[in-house]
Design a protein. Structure first.
Lengths: 104, 461
C-alpha cells in the first residue's frame, strides 16, 4: 500500500473514533471535556522537541525553544486545570455540611 | 530519522490511552481517571524521543520544558474557577502557536536541504502554519474578550466582509505557491496571514457566543497538530490531533445546539446582517423593586423555591452565601432546587463546576429539561445574576440574538425575584422583558452583599 494511503487510513479512522468516543457526553461535562481535549493536543510538545533537537541553526534553535515552552504550557497547564475542574465533580456525602465553614 | 519499532509501539499505546482518556472524560464517574490516563500517556510520549533519537541541545530543551511546565502549573493552580474559560482559551492558543512554529522549523529544514518532500507534505506544512496561527491569534482575542480587556460585543468594521474572504483566498494562493517554490518568506507570510484570519474570525463574534468559538479553535489546533504529525511522520501526533479535531468539532456542534444556534450563524451572523447585535441600552421603563426584608418573607413562606444561578453569582463569589441561604430555607421545610441552564456561566457546564466548588449537593442541581415543567409549581423563582437564560425573548421575539435558544421557564413561577447589580442588559446585550412583568420583583445590589442581607433577614423571621 502506498504510504500516503496508510496515513489517510489512520486519519479517517481517527475521525470516526474521535466522534464516537464522546458522542454520549452530558452537557455538564462539556467544559472539562473541552479542556481535556485541549491538553491532549499539547503533545505537539513531542514534535517541538524532535525538531528542536535536530536543528543546527541558532535562530531555528531559538524558535524551537519558544515552541517547546508554549507546547509545555498547553500540555501541563491543560491537564492540571482539567483535573482541578473535575475535583469539583466528586460526589459529596448526602449529609449536610455545617454552614458557615465556607461562607467567609 | 527512522523511529525504532519499540518506540512506535509505545506511541501506539499512547494513542490508545488518548482514546480512553476522551472516553473517560465523557462520563462523570470516569472523568478524573480519564484525564489522568491522558496526562500519563502525554508525558511518556514526550519523554520518548530522548531515548531513541539522537537529539542535540538536550540541556536547553529540558530547560525550555521546565519553563513551560512552571508557567502551566502556575496558571492552572492560580486561576479562579470563574476565569476557567479564558484560561482554556489561552492554553489552546499557545498550543496552536507551538504547532505553527514546529511547521515553520520543518519548512526551514526542507528549504535548507533543498530536498523535494512532495507536494502533499508542503500543503500539510502550510496547513499547520496557517491553522495553528489562526488558533493562536483567535484564542488571544477570545481571552481578551472574556477577561474584559476589550469589549465583549461584536466588533465589525466596514469592509470586514471583503477583507476576510480575501485573506482566506490569499492563504490558499500562497499555499499553492509554497509547493512550487518553497521559501521561508512564504512560510512567514502564511503565518502572518493566519494571525490576521484568526483576529478577523473572532472579532465579529458576540460575547455570549465566545465559548463556542473556544471549542472551535480547540478543534482547529487539533487539526493543525494532526497535519504537523503527517509532516513529521509521527503517527501519535496524527492520531492525537485528529481525535481532538474530530471530537472538538462534534463538541462544538453539541454546544451550539444546546444554545439553539448554528455554528455558521455564530461565526458569520454579524457579517451578514448584524443580527447578533442587541440594543444594549438600559431602558428607563418602570420596574418593581423591594428590600431584603420583603423578599425574605416571600422566600420564607414559600413551599417550593427554584433558584436560577448565573454568571453574576460567580463574579460576586456568592455561591457559598447562596448555599447557606438554601440550607436555612431547607431547615424551614422549604423545597429548594437549583435550575442549571446548559450554558449558565460562560461555558456549558461552568455553573455545575462553580456550585460544586461551593459544596452544593449534586442532587439539588437540576438540568433544564428536568426542571422546566416544574416552574409553574414554584412559589418563588430566585434569579441570581442570570439574565439571558431566562429571557422570554428567546421564545417570543424572532430576530433577537438569542431567539431559539432554549431557556428556563422562570416566567411561569408565581413570583420572580431578580437579583441584579443594575438595569444593564445581560451578556448577549439585549433587554429582558421578564424584568417588567407584574410578578417580578427586583433586588438591586452586589449578589454576595444582597444574599448576605437576605440570609440575615430570613434567619430573623
Amino acid at each position: 500500500m502506498d504510504e500516503a494511503v496508510v496515513w489517510l487510513t489512520i486519519f479517517i479512522l481517527s475521525v470516526f473514533v474521535g466522534i464516537e468516543v464522546i458522542s454520549k457526553v452530558s452537557s455538564t461535562l462539556h467544559t472539562p471535556l473541552m479542556s481535556g481535549a485541549n491538553a491532549i493536543h499539547g503533545v505537539i510538545l513531542l514534535g517541538a522537541i524532535i525538531v528542536t533537537g535536530s536543528t543546527d541553526n541558532n535562530l531555528a534553535l531559538a524558535v524551537g525553544l519558544v515552541a517547546i515552552v508554549l507546547a509545555a504550557i498547553n500540555m501541563v497547564g491543560g491537564f492540571l486545570v482539567t483535573d482541578r475542574m473535575l475535583q469539583m465533580f466528586v460526589r459529596k456525602k448526602p449529609a449536610k455540611q455545617p454552614a458557615g465553614e465556607a461562607g467567609k | 530519522m527512522t523511529i525504532p519499532v519499540w518506540a512506535q509501539l509505545v506511541y501506539l499505546a499512547a494513542a490508545v490511552c488518548f482514546i480512553l482518556a476522551l472516553k473517560g472524560l465523557s462520563g462523570p464517574k470516569t472523568a478524573r481517571n480519564g484525564n489522568l490516563i491522558g496526562a500519563v500517556a502525554a508525558v511518556v510520549a514526550c519523554a520518548l524521543p530522548f531515548f531513541y533519537a539522537d537529539l542535540d541541545h538536550v540541556p536547553l530543551i529540558l530547560a525550555a520544558v521546565a519553563v513551560g511546565t512552571a508557567v502551566g502549573v502556575y496558571g492552572a493552580r492560580t486561576v479562579q474557577m470563574t476565569q476557567m474559560p479564558q484560561m482554556v482559551a489561552l492554553f489552546n492558543g499557545v498550543g496552536g502557536g507551538a504547532a505553527a512554529l514546529v511547521a515553520l522549523l520543518e519548512l526551514n529544514e526542507v528549504v535548507s536541504t533543498s530536498a523535494d518532500p512532495g507536494w502533499f507534505h508542503l500543503v500539510a506544512t502550510a496547513f499547520t502554519i496557517v491553522v495553528g496561527s489562526v488558533s493562536f491569534a483567535g484564542s488571544i482575542i477570545t481571552f481578551a474578550k472574556l477577561q474584559d480587556l476589550m469589549t465583549s460585543r461584536p466588533v465589525i468594521f466596514p469592509g470586514l466582509r471583503f477583507v476576510f474572504p480575501i485573506a482566506l483566498a490569499a492563504a490558499v494562493v500562497l499555499c499553492a505557491r509554497l509547493v512550487i517554490d518553497s521559501t521561508m518568506l512564504i512560510g512567514i507570510v502564511l503565518a502572518l496571514l493566519g494571525l490576521l484570519i484568526g483576529v478577523l474570525l473572532v472579532l465579529p463574534v458576540g460575547g455570549a457566543d465566545v465559548p463556542i468559538v473556544i471549542s472551535l479553535l480547540n478543534a482547529f489546533t487539533g487539526l493543525s497538530v494532526a497535519a504537523g504529525g503527517y509532516v513529521l511522520s509521527n503517527t501519535l501526533l496524527l492520531v492525537a490531533g485528529t481525535l481532538v479535531g474530530a471530537s472538538g468539532t462534534f463538541l462544538t456542534l453539541l454546544m451550539a445546539s444546546a444554545m439553539g444556534r448554528s455554528v455558521s450563524n455564530i461565526m458569520f451572523g454579524a457579517l451578514k446582517g448584524g443580527s447578533t447585535l442587541g440594543s444594549g441600552v438600559a431602558s428607563d421603563r418602570p420596574v418593581k423593586s423591594a428590600n431584603a426584608e420583603d423578599i425574605a418573607i416571600l422566600l420564607a413562606y414559600a413551599e417550593r423555591v427554584i433558584i436560577v444561578p448565573g454568571y453574576g453569582l460567580a463574579v460576586a463569589q456568592a455561591q457559598h452565601t447562596l448555599r447557606e441561604l438554601v440550607d436555612v430555607l431547607g431547615e424551614r421545610g422549604i423545597e429548594v432546587d437549583y435550575a442549571i441552564h446548559p450554558v449558565a456561566g460562560r461555558m456549558p457546564g461552568h455553573m455545575n463546576v462553580l456550585l460544586a466548588e461551593a459544596q452544593v449537593p449534586y442532587e439539588q442541581l437540576k438540568e433544564m429539561d428536568d426542571i422546566n415543567g416544574d416552574f409553574k409549581n414554584a412559589d418563588v423563582c430566585l434569579v441570581v445574576g442570570a439574565n439571558d437564560v431566562v429571557n422570554p425573548a428567546a421564545k417570543t421575539t424572532p430576530g433577537a440574538p438569542i431567539y431559539g435558544m432554549p431557556i428556563l421557564n422562570a416566567d411561569e413561577a408565581k413570583q420572580v425575584i431578580f437579583m441584579k447589580r443594575s438595569m444593564r442588559p445581560g451578556f448577549a446585550g439585549i433587554e429582558n422583558e421578564l424584568l417588567f412583568e407584574p410578578t417580578t420583583t427586583l433586588f438591586f445590589g452586589d449578589a454576595k452583599e444582597s444574599l448576605g442581607k437576605l440570609l440575615n433577614a430570613v434567619k430573623a423571621l
